[in-house]
Write a protein of this length. Structure first.
Length: 240
């Protein structure tokens, strides 16, 4: 009787274990999800073909429509059918960063994953500000499958290389910058806000000639030559 109970228990345990394994497989499949429609914007024909082949080999892509430029992508209405867009940044015409910003307005629910050789801080931060969900270097292609899964599960992913750049940028201490007089700082703030020399003069009850002299000194101290450079310099030095 005891042996029969033991055999019966072992059978139940085996069936339970097999059931748990089946559930685990089903859960894994559900996490992976059905194959997705993954679009690619890449102007390098050879690399694009290689990338599409890699995507198809993972089983994650049901279809892989592609475009060689941002303009082509924007003109194609089938773009609305995408589940995910993989985007290079260094494109002719509209850049990948600009495209990510446009699509953030046109298709805010479309996840975008950057795959590029471009690693400038400006490109990385602008893409992240535009809402991209992932940023990988082309040299980190082996991480792409995992990145797709993470993004399609609602997460975001940047590789260690990009994460280090982000951290280093945040950890940079701003330069002390040149010493400005109170009046120079006052005029500089108005200039950064877009005020003309005449508007600044009227606001501060000064002559345009006096304001112009102040502006020349400010440009010299900040080592800039025009208004655009002035604004960038103020942002870099975090003067205000």
């Amino acid at each position: 009787m005891t042996n029969e109970l033991v055999r019966h228990s072992l059978v139940n345990v085996t069936l339970y274990a097999e059931s748990e394994m089946d559930m685990a497989v089903e859960q894994k499949d559900s996490v992976a999800g059905s194959p997705w429609t993954i679009g690619v914007v890449e102007n390098d024909t050879e690399y694009r073909s290689f990338l599409i082949s890699e995507l198809q080999s993972t089983g994650l892509a049901a279809s892989t429509p592609y475009w060689s430029s941002a303009e082509q992508c924007l003109r194609d209405e089938t773009r609305d059918e995408l589940d995910l867009l993989i985007l290079d940044i260094d494109l002719s015409g509209i850049s990948g960063v600009q495209l990510s910003g446009i699509l953030a307005l046109k298709q805010p629910d479309l996840p975008i994953l950057i795959l590029s050789n471009l690693t400038s801080d400006e490109a990385v931060f602008e893409a992240i500000k535009n809402g991209v969900k992932g940023y990988l270097l082309k040299s980190e292609l082996p991480d792409l499958e995992n990145a797709i899964r993470v993004v399609m599960e609602g997460g975001a992913m940047i590789t260690p290389t990009i994460a280090l750049r982000v951290m280093n940028s945040f950890q940079k201490l701003p330069s002390a910058g040149p010493e400005l007089t109170d009046r120079e700082r006052q005029i500089l703030e108005l200039m950064v806000r877009g005020k003309t020399i005449k508007a600044v003069a009227d606001f501060l009850v000064l002559s345009p000639h006096t304001v112009h002299d102040y502006v020349k000194r400010i440009y010299k101290k900040l080592e800039v030559h025009n208004r655009a450079e002035l604004v960038r310099r103020v942002q870099e030095l975090r003067i205000f």
